[in-house]
Design a protein around this ligand. Structure first.
Ligand code: FAD
Length: 559
């Protein structure tokens, strides 16, 4: 099927009867908005009705009924009927789009990038349009079967795995959006585009380039991430220092299938709107717990006419942090400013040892900077000013590239950082090493203190952990390496991560700048947000999804 035909087919499936208009009345949203007003009056947080629905402990029987596996009905295992749901799904989904294959169930409940154990689903469905998603959601709602959305499968905190059996023992269905991967509309004039959730950000930019567009979509998380997952994880990437994050202004509206099966579009395509609160934001970072995103209108950014790359090494990470702050304060056109620490550069040098073309980097904390400007002349002026600023903070003479090949060569270290880190540990025959990849974020002025504390902890725990940071945003990633199967080492890594999060929170930062919460960071949310804020989130979840069918046990526990 041609690309155009595929779009046309999808657009037919995307009829006005399935897409409610932004102003359409929605009882749940009315409840939410009036709930917000009551909250302002200081009522709801303390109202008995806002207390967790399940007051019994998760494993305590809530009635004498038994479940479909013969066990008692409990908060973590409410009455539900998986088999009845599957029977109804089989009535309209062809066999190749409703899978019980072990390998597929496993892939949708596991990530080789993540330290989390695998939690396979009981089935995987592949919808092709909005009307199918609505039917799937209504059936799941009727039988109280958990649905867990899946887009690119690159999230790192067990976001898309089956519910953790310790908190929810129901069998779940993974909803894979990879067949909903079409561009629905595009306007060069408006600089925006509406896409389905399975569209991958790299493919989208490739397609825009092929169409000769002067725009691109600037949010750049992990390779292969797709819009549905990017929206739901509230991600960002190296470009955030210039363009912001998914939670910024790059999502104009979302079309969402709510847990009730109702379809809403959060707002119009206008660049700005003060017509009430922006409910788009409700779904950004909601990790599939409030509804399934079936379309997103994205604002695009103009492709900068000129880009270049500069690299400079510093005596300490603290000097590199000060230099980055100063650079940004001068209003220089910086698109990315990344920190690779001494350990990371040692890993990169080791990985590139056999490559004669590769640059051998000084093994000191270094800034990798991508500049963007409207002309070569502006670029040169910016880079000269940047070089002076970097040297003022103890940086080495900036290596600089404007030519496409040279840019790639200089940026290569940043590109291969993660893979190089994974290969870095010396290993004995047959030994396997894995990484616990985690991120935290603090106000930019606190970053050097955070890195100092984390480096001390790394030394104290005697762990190998290269650091790479989106330093311009105060965000960094620890790629913390451990020997597979070495429980004692794993516990040291776990301690290190916990302390890293606490340091970030103590510095008025966050347990995650861009990777999200999933299962892994849930335990840190109350310390960061406070009980009142989490209670509000629980109230929203229970209002929209009273039977907790949408990705239960991720982001927050509702009981
Ligand atoms: C090598 C590597 C590098 C990375 N670098 C970065 C980085 O620089 N910046 C960054 O922010 N992240 C990074 N990540 C993490 C990851 O790429 C992001 O979290 C990304 O946004 C996840 O998108 P995805 O399509 O893979 O989502 P998935 O992993 O498929 O899902 C993520 C979450 O979204 C939910 N979801 C999926 N589709 C929908 C939908 N249609 N509706 C509602 N909910 C949905 C899922 O249930 C899950 O909770 C990296 C990951 C890897 C492996």
């Amino acid at each position: 099927m041609s690309y155009i035909a595929a779009v046309a087919r999808t657009e037919r499936g995307f009829s006005s009867s399935t897409l409610a208009s932004p102003g359409g009345s929605n009882p749940l949203l009315v409840a939410l908005i009036s709930g917000g007003a009551a909250l302002a009056a200081g009522y709801l947080l303390f109202s008995p009705s806002s207390q967790p629905k399940h007051s019994a402990s998760a494993a305590e029987p809530t009635s004498s009924a038994t479940n479909d596996d013969g066990g008692p009905v409990t908060a973590s295992h409410p009455a539900y009927n998986f088999d009845a749901a599957i029977k109804e799904l089989q009535s309209f989904l062809p066999e190749d789009r409703l899978s019980f294959e072990e390998s597929e169930r496993e892939t949708h409940g596991h990530s080789s990038w993540s330290y989390h154990p695998s939690h396979p689903h009981a089935a995987v469905v592949y919808p092709i349009d909005v009307s199918e998603v609505v039917r799937i959601v209504k059936i799941a709602g009727k039988h109280k079967v958990p649905l867990v959305p899946y887009a690119g499968g690159t999230s790192l905190e067990a976001h898309y795995s089956a519910p953790d059996p310790h908190s929810d023992r129901r069998k779940s269905i993974s909803v894979d959006f990879n067949l909903m991967d079409k561009i629905l509309r595009y306007s060069e004039e408006d600089g925006d585009i509406t896409v389905q959730p399975g569209v991958r950000w790299e493919g989208l930019n490739e397609e825009l380039k092929n169409r000769g567009s002067k725009y691109f979509f600037p949010i750049d998380p992990g390779p292969s991430a797709a819009i549905g997952g990017m929206v739901a994880s509230g991600c960002s990437g190296t470009n955030a220092v210039r363009y912001g994050t998914m939670k910024g202004d790059y999502i104009l509206n979302l079309t969402v299938v709510l847990p009730s099966g109702e379809v809403i579009t959060t707002r119009s395509r206008a660049r700005k709107s003060s017509a009430g609160p922006d409910l788009t934001k409700l779904f950004l970072g909601s990790e599939g717990t409030l509804g399934l995103v079936v379309a997103a209108t994205l604002r695009l950014a103009p492709i900068p006419p000129c880009t270049s790359v500069g690299v400079s090494a510093f005596p300490s990470a603290s000097d590199a942090c000060s230099a980055a702050r100063d650079l940004l304060a001068h209003g220089i056109g910086v698109q990315c400013v990344e920190l690779l620490d001494d350990v990371m550069l040692a890993a990169v040098n080791k990985a590139n040892a056999a490559d004669t073309r590769a640059i051998k980097h000084v093994e000191q904390p270094s800034l990798f900077i991508r500049f963007a400007a409207s002309s070569d002349a502006a670029m040169r002026a910016d880079s000269q000013l940047a070089a002076r600023i970097l040297e003022k903070h103890g940086g080495s003479k900036m290596q600089f590239a404007m030519d496409k090949d040279e840019i790639e060569r200089l940026w290569h270290a940043r590109k291969v950082a993660l893979w190089s880190a994974l290969d870095y540990p010396e290993r004995k025959e047959g030994e396997k090493w894995r990484a616990w990849t985690t991120d935290v974020c603090v106000p930019v002025g606190q970053l050097s203190e955070l890195i100092r504390r984390v480096k001390d902890d790394i030394t104290q725990e005697n762990i190998l952990s290269p650091i790479v940071g989106h330093i311009g945003d105060g965000n960094f990633h620890g790629i913390i390496l451990f020997r597979d199967g070495d429980q004692e080492m794993f516990e040291r890594v776990e301690r290190l991560v916990h302390r890293m999060v606490h340091h970030a929170q103590d510095l008025d930062g966050t347990c995650t700048g861009e990777h999200g919460v999933g299962i892994g960071k849930k335990q840190f949310l109350e310390r960061e947000l406070g009980k009142g804020t989490l209670d509000l989130l629980r109230m929203l979840k229970r209002t929209l999804d009273p039977d907790s069918i949408m990705n239960p046990g991720k982001l927050i526990d509702v009981y």
